[in-house]
Design a protein around this ligand. Structure first.
Ligand SMILES: N[C@@H](CCC(=O)N[C@@H](CS)C(=O)NCC(=O)O)C(=O)O
Length: 204
């Protein structure tokens, strides 16, 4: 049986939990209540971070790679197209989420939500939030253009990873612009399997 390691408050673990619900997968979740979670993560991931996925002897880490693997394993070409250009567009937005967007929010989130003692500089938090808002504005323009999902009409892995980022943005305190296309898209994701449990669940 598939095994997924990682606490369910982690944005990166939640991507995979949501995808597992979308795919109706049978899996075992080894979360924060497992006494050996840290030991397992250190054993299976040289980068010592979650999520980690085990599929028999096959071990995989990096949340977006895990999402791509599971969609391909289940032959869900609607979520990750096979055609080079269609696939590249989904991956482009996934890579943007993992690099530019994730980097932008770190200070604002660690300061305003986690209240981490190393993130107490108010000016740095404001700069981070402003940058984060600008990038969310870029997502808003993309969604206004497609009028549906991140890369077009079809729901894809890009919606999954950016749905989690958007939940975090919505739940982090601070001044944020009204983004009508983001708001409409996020509301439209509401009825999807796993969304209420793993995404819009009150956890930033
Ligand atoms: N690039 C890695 C990052 C993994 C990572 O940062 N994992 C944990 C920390 S071990 C996490 O999601 N942190 C808290 C959060 O942002 O919710 C991935 O995407 O899997």
């Amino acid at each position: 049986m598939l095994e997924l390691y990682g606490k369910s408050t982690s944005i990166n673990v939640r991507k995979v939990l949501w995808l597992c619900a979308e795919l109706e997968l049978d899996y075992r979740h080894i979360g924060a209540d497992a006494a050996d979670l840290d030991a397992c993560v250190h054993r299976f991931n040289p980068n010592a971070q979650v999520p980690v996925l085990r599929d028999g002897d096959f071990v995989l880490w990096e949340s977006n790679s895990i999402c791509r693997y599971l969609a391909a394993r289940e032959k869900r070409h609607d979520l990750l197209p096979q055609a080079p250009q269609g696939r590249a567009q989904v991956e482009q937005w996934m890579d943007w989420q993992a690099t530019d967007l994730n980097t932008a929010w770190r200070y604002a989130f660690m300061s305003g939500v986690r209240r981490h003692p190393e993130y107490t500089d108010a000016a740095a938090a404001a700069t981070s939030l402003a940058h984060w808002n600008r990038l969310m504005g870029m997502l808003d323009r993309q969604l206004a253009q497609t009028g549906a999902h991140v890369v077009g009409d079809a729901f894809s892995l890009a919606d999954i990873v950016l749905g989690l980022s958007t939940q975090r943005w919505r739940m982090t305190p601070g001044e944020k612009p009204l983004l009508p296309a983001v708001q409409a898209w996020f509301a439209q994701l509401g009825p999807r399997a796993g969304f209420a449990l793993h995404v819009d669940n009150g956890v930033p």
